[in-house]
Ligand binder design. Structure first.
Ligand code: ZN
Length: 324
């Protein structure tokens, strides 16, 4: 018998035994492999348990993370919704403000237009008033001139005859201004006022001649005066004559246009010559006693279309005009 072989006898209660032969080496291997298997099983179980525990921890972590994620997402969504809400509110407010702004603008425009309209109305009224006054004055001048028999040749607008037609029309106002200018020009030219500021010694009309005591017609007005007193032109004119004659002595005749002339006689000195232009108030000569005269005085005449007229009317008109 080999020492490396083992006999394993297994007996039952009956005493029948069974013998198993096994080499020592095989038994050792068997025991070793059983032990190794047990060890492997143990390690495997331990590892399995450990892994299971880790899995659970991981799952919990995942659940927690997904919860956190969900919470965060929901929070973010809520914040976004809130922000959108705020933005919408802001937009609505901006729209409202814009609408109010527009209303305000419209209101301002409305007020402005009303003001402009009022100003235009006032302007029109003022304009009409001015035109009306202008026209009234023109008529007053015309009436005055008519009273003293002065023929005014100012053209009326045929388109507006038969009463004053008031219209804020530049053309009409120009015409009226033109008309008034013509009146004023005419008035400047007319022999109005006094040639000297002294008392009247003899009026226009019938009288007894101071030299021969016969009935005579005095064609002008005599003003008292001392030799050398200044004699003034009674209106703008051109000197038609500056001369000497037996009857009138040194005398000047001014042509005022429109058929009017004025005459200044018995002067001691003539200061203008024929063709000179003179203006109202200009000193044209000096009082004297030349010609058919009984003493120093100024003989003054006004002529219309070569006929003498009473200078008194013209002097009265001058008073009216200067007092206006
Ligand atoms: Zn006289």
């Amino acid at each position: 018998m080999n020492e490396s072989t083992l006999h394993i006898i297994i007996t039952g209660e009956t005493g029948n035994g069974r013998t198993l032969m096994m080499k020592k080496k095989h038994l050792r291997n068997l025991i070793l492999s059983t032990f190794l298997t047990a060890v492997l099983l143990f390690v495997g179980t331990i590892t399995g348990l450990h892994n299971r525990k880790r899995n659970i921890v991981l799952q919990e972590k995942i659940a927690s993370l997904s919860q956190t994620l969900q919470d965060k997402t929901v929070g973010k969504q809520k914040r976004l919704v809130a922000q959108v809400g705020q933005l919408e509110e802001s937009l609505a407010q901006a729209k409202k403000a814009l609408a109010e702004n527009r209303r305000e603008k419209l209101s301002i425009i409305d007020r402005y237009e009303t003001q402009v309209s009022q100003l235009e109305q006032e302007r029109t009224e003022l304009f009409e008033g001015s035109i009306s006054r202008l026209d009234k004055r023109s008529k007053i001048i015309k009436t005055m001139m008519d009273k003293i028999g002065v023929n005014i040749e100012v053209q009326d607008d045929p388109g507006h005859s038969g009463g004053l037609y008031i219209d804020p029309d530049v053309r009409l106002s120009d015409q009226l201004l033109d008309k008034t200018d013509q009146y004023l020009s005419l008035i400047q030219k007319l022999p109005l006022g006094r040639p000297i500021n002294t008392k009247i010694s003899s009026r226009y009309g019938r009288r007894i001649d101071p030299l021969n005591s016969k009935k005579a017609f005095h064609a002008g007005i005599d003003f008292k005066g001392r030799t050398g007193d200044k004699v003034r032109a009674t209106g703008n004119a051109v000197v038609r004559l500056s001369s000497y004659s037996k009857g009138l002595g040194n005398h000047i005749i001014l042509n005022h246009g429109n058929g009017y002339e004025s005459l200044y006689a018995h002067l001691s000195k003539r200061l203008v010559k024929s063709g000179d232009k003179v203006v109202r108030g200009q000193n044209i000569g000096l009082v004297g006693n030349t010609g058919r005269s009984t003493g120093s005085h100024l003989h003054y005449e006004v002529h219309y279309r070569t006929k003498t007229v009473d200078p008194m009317k013209f002097m009265q008109v001058a008073k009216l005009i200067s007092s206006k």
